[in-house]
Design a protein around this ligand. Structure first.
Ligand code: KG4
Ligand code: ZN
Length: 340
């Protein structure tokens, strides 16, 4: 297949991402532009879907212009347009999908609807030292926690997943219980670094369940009970807050590390890819690396900027799908899949 220029568009939640990817020999990311709405949603303690959609509308064209300028390419050079079809917020997805499909129609190029999680799964391939197929992927985001066996583009086997809250959701909800702002994950993990191990002990849900599934809602409830016993969130000292954050992070990281390690063993593979926002967590990285050192496995992380939502992973997923022979879709009617 001749090299193609793929435009990637991400708008499933609170980040607008636009990227240009050239699918020649090794593949190259030419440009990526991103706008995070975190500051806008902060005041509300979470993502407000209607505000998210409106902001995607405001940002998407300027970001495209920015990515084009960065890449030195013109609109007319684009060969295909990949965009996130789902899962995500319906209104937010519609903005990206409508924009991508309209542009594809105007340019007379095919579109490639992409599953958001496939973008995350493949994002480590954007790094300079990418993993090779097959590998096991630990996908830990605000909406999903899954262990997958990845044999190639489009060849994914689910090995285990969360039965309730996602890992990022558990971080965010626990952060709220500790009076930290939104999004709670990064704030909680920064606080945990200051905590003393062993002061509080929290359960490790499903650690020895014998399968590769997870459950995190009980852990969040255990934190709630602990906070209540200490007289409520407002009565906590800074030290107690940090010690609880430490205990929570230690519990969740231990479960993620143990199950990832078990997944590698079961699959008979020695490459683990970590994707999704929680993959930015430093303690998780430390523990995964320590474990891998013992077992001789290699752990791959996307660059920090590609851990959270972005357009580059969508452009990449679209490019790889086209390369693997999936035909692009004729531009025109389209559907989003919020609960895909
Ligand atoms: O993949 P992502 O950007 O969005 C989706 O959910 O698709 O992941 C966002 C999640 C949030 O729950 C956020 O709190 C969490 O990733 N997160 C972290 C860290 N950075 C982001 N959780 C723990 N430690 C971090 N350093
Ligand atoms: Zn995501």
């Amino acid at each position: 297949m001749p090299p193609m220029l793929i435009l990637g568009i991400e708008s499933s939640c609170d980040e607008t991402g636009v990227a240009l990817y050239r699918s020649d020999d090794g593949g190259r990311l030419l440009a990526h532009a991103l706008h995070s709405q975190v500051a806008m949603h902060e005041a509300y303690g979470g993502v407000v879907p209607e505000l998210a959609s409106r902001d995607h509308i405001r940002r998407i064209s300027p970001l495209l212009r920015q990515a084009l300028a960065q890449s030195g390419c013109s609109l007319g050079e684009i060969d295909a347009i990949a965009y996130t079809q789902g899962p995500g917020l319906a209104g937010a997805l519609l903005v990206g999908a409508a924009f991508a499909e309209s542009l594809a129609m105007a340019l007379g190029v095919p579109s490639v609807p992409v599953h958001h999680l496939e973008g995350h799964l493949l994002s480590p391939l954007l790094s300079r030292t990418p993993p090779r197929f097959p590998f096991v992927a630990l996908l830990v985001s605000g909406g999903h926690t899954q262990l997958m066996r990845v044999d190639g583009v489009g060849r994914y086997t689910l090995l285990g997943e969360t039965l309730d809250d996602a890992a990022g959701e558990a971080f965010d909800k626990t952060a709220k219980l500790l009076g930290l702002g939104y999004p709670g994950g990064p704030a909680l993990s920064a606080l945990a670094e200051k905590g003393t191990p062993g002061v509080f002990r929290l359960p490790r849900p499903m650690l020895n369940s014998g399968d590769l599934d997870f459950s995190f809602s009980g852990l969040k409830t255990a934190v709630l009970v602990q906070v209540r016993e200490l007289g409520g969130e407002s009565a906590l000292t800074e030290t107690q807050r940090a010690d609880i954050a430490q205990a929570f992070q230690a519990a969740i990281v231990e479960v993620l590390v143990k199950k990832s390690s078990a997944a590698l063993r079961l699959a008979g593979l020695d490459q683990l890819v970590v994707a999704g926002g929680v993959g930015a967590n430093r303690e998780l990285r430390r523990q995964l690396d320590a474990r891998a050192k013992k077992t001789g496995a290699t752990v791959y992380y996307p660059e920090f900027e590609f851990c959270t939502d972005n357009g580059a992973m969508i452009a990449l997923a679209g490019a790889l799908r086209l390369q693997a022979g999936t035909p692009g879709k004729a531009a025109g009617s389209f559907a989003i899949r919020p609960r895909w």
